[in-house]
Design a binder for this molecule. Sequence first.
Ligand SMILES: *Cc1c(COP(=O)(O)O)cnc(C)c1O
Length: 431
Amino acid sequence: MGTKSEILFQRARKIIPGGVNSPVRAGKAVGMDPPFIARAEGCFLWDADGNQYVDYVGSWGPMILGHSHPDVVQAIGDQIKNGTSYGAPTALEVELAELIIDMVPSMEMVRMVNSGTEAAMSAVRLARGYTGREMIIKFEGCYHGHADSLLVSAGSGVATLGIPGSPGVPKDLAQKTLSLSFNNMDEVRRAFEQYGSQTAAVIVEPIPGNMGVVLPNTEFLSMLRRITKDYGSLLIFDEVITGFRVSAGGAQELFGIMPDLTCLGKIIGGGLPVGAYGGRKDIMERVAPDGDIYQAGTLSGNPLAMAAGLATLKILQKGMIYPELEKRGRALFSGLEDAARSSGLKVVVNRVGTMGSMFFTDKAVTDFASAKKSHTGMFRAYYAEMLNRGIYLAPSAFEASFISIAHDEEVIQKTIESARESFRSLKGKVY
Ligand SMILES: *Cc1c(COP(=O)(O)O)cnc(C)c1O
């Protein structure tokens, strides 16, 4: 016997690797089996056993309007009566493309795909095809989906060529990816001195969210813009998380820095599977069938996904929602920080708008190396305490928490109170 979630997990593990369709969900990093979710509304989730949680994962980023937003539900419902997929052009995808180009400053053309992985993989292929070069520069701790070229994370230091971050990634391909430390301009400069003329692109999360939230130094992103231009390489912003989250036009609008290509995902699907990549017209025109660089998708531009994305972006486009989101983000994360400090715990809180992370360390977190200083044992204990109080966090010390417009003042105060109790019970224990 066990809970419904436990029984489901036992069944799942027999037939799905780790019992999950995406690794972090399994909860290995926190040593806990995952609740199986049955239902969601607003900022709440309910598991198969009827337990209610306040959701700070938001499906890992898409749910900025909260779950089951009436406009999104209506849009999907209206479309579903007309069929679910045609494999042919539709008005919906044109409308969504126009809206994206209107909102994201650097984008002149866009191609829809089905996930962030596909968006980043396709943008890298396009950059390689367009420049006729093969090397890619990325940053440690940034995640760009699981395409072979982008799984490389090890090999810090300019001279070190990347090694595969995963068995199965061909060595020859991994060697074409340089992984540098985020915010380190010297490393970038040295990498370009040595490999600049072979470098197709620099791909970066302008505000990394996949090592926990890390803020870019003001000069770092503009330096990337300058140096890529000088060497004839492309700058790719992976805004799969930051797009439509940190502002209506993403991080590029927030910082006023225009990349050549942008990857989108998560929010543009309104909770359905979507990704997109786009940017400068002269580059995007190289994509088939206008150009010779191939990329395709049976379900790309899927009408249900387009309808959900369109309904979501229409609300975000007005921009009215962002000052309110900022207010709630500030209230939550400064409340958590305050609660930790008043229990005598050392934490670092990094936040932009509604995305933020709390690291259990007393040193500034500015890159992957400093993020890894965070005390994972303490995070594990904090995670368990919070889950017991009905607060659903990402089950990893190196993930962002996301809030939505459905997280109201009351829920945020309840969360801070739960954190206060959790910190009290952590205090004085050894991890
Ligand atoms: C989630 C994410 C991806 C991958 O998107 P999927 O839809 O999971 O394939 C790529 N880049 C960033 C920055 C992400 O956060």
